[in-house]
Design a protein around this ligand. Sequence first.
Ligand code: NAD
Length: 344
Amino acid sequence: MKVIVTGGAGFIGGNFIHYMLENYKDYEICCFDFLTYAGNVETLAPIKDNKNFSLVVGDIADRDAVYSLFEEQKPDVVVNFAAESHVDRSILDPGIFLRTNVIGTGVLLDACRKYGIDRFHQVSTDEVYGDLPIDRPDLFFTETTPLHASSPYSASKASADLLVQAYYRTYNLPVTLSRCSNNYGPYHFPEKMIPLMIQRAKNNQSLPVYGDGSNVRDWLYVKDHCEAIDLILHKGKVGEVYNVGGHNERSNIEVVKQILRHLGKDESLIEYVADRPGHDRRYAIDPTKITTELGWTPKTGFDEGIAQTINWYLDNEDWTDHILSGDYQRYYEENYKNRAQINK
Ligand SMILES: NC(=O)c1ccc[n+]([C@@H]2O[C@H](COP(=O)([O-])OP(=O)(O)OC[C@H]3O[C@@H](n4cnc5c(N)ncnc54)[C@H](O)[C@@H]3O)[C@@H](O)[C@H]2O)c1
């Protein structure tokens, strides 16, 4: 089985490649990644000598590059993680989100049609559903909740989802989609809330919390997300959407305080800052479909997962320090300059 993983040098895609190589010794995994600011080859360093792994550097919105990739790799399966993924950045500059998340997904779908594929899996997000009121804990997103995006990021992801579903309906392309809640775990770029707070608390820096910190997110340990995608690829029904989430709802301020407690730091480090425009109040996934149809349940509860995550960042300070200092880009230059395709 040959699997192309786009965006595999990012947070979830990187974890997914590690997971797949560990669990499927006979699968060949090719990571296709443009190595934007969010892509980090150091995340892939532990597997760079694995004979079943290769890295091709390229842009999913570049049709020629994607078609060459398909001609060379002849994939059976494509899992699309590649995206601009940071809501705050999408508010500052929406254009790149349209290019990568919408046009890029369209180019991948065209390549799948042209070259043939057993499965195209789109990694999407619960943010396409918009948000839920904080005072209605009885409400959850299901797969039939209408799309109602709030930010340019979530609007671009919702657009990509519609394209994927249209290619199924119009061309019978074998697709599946997953819409997952917020992930946390190793290899998370330190601009995102949990790694940012760990990093700053560790260094006794102030912890910027948006608004009053009451916004609620439904947290899932990244490995549980990888297992869900694995199940959808192997047992999921073509044309279907699966919501993925573990009923681990926490307000942002609760998460920040838990990180401070774990690190033995004082809550006086918390600094409330102006809220994000259009900030979604609450996300909460109903995972009944994936649980009943595919037997998926998350294995890692939040208390265990957050402790493991904090400890991972403490044990892997070099990984974060290299990002913050820009050294990971130098690392790429030094290690990979003359071999854009590794292990090929
Ligand atoms: N992080 C979450 O909590 C979360 C939750 C649900 C869904 N998702 C979705 O999962 C996917 C991965 O998210 P993440 O947090 O790992 O993102 P990330 O920002 O950490 O990684 C994105 C990766 O995509 C690559 N990339 C960006 N533009 C590209 C392009 N034009 N061509 C090829 N590669 C490109 C980057 O270099 C990077 O390696 C995204 O599609 C996101 O919408 C994320």
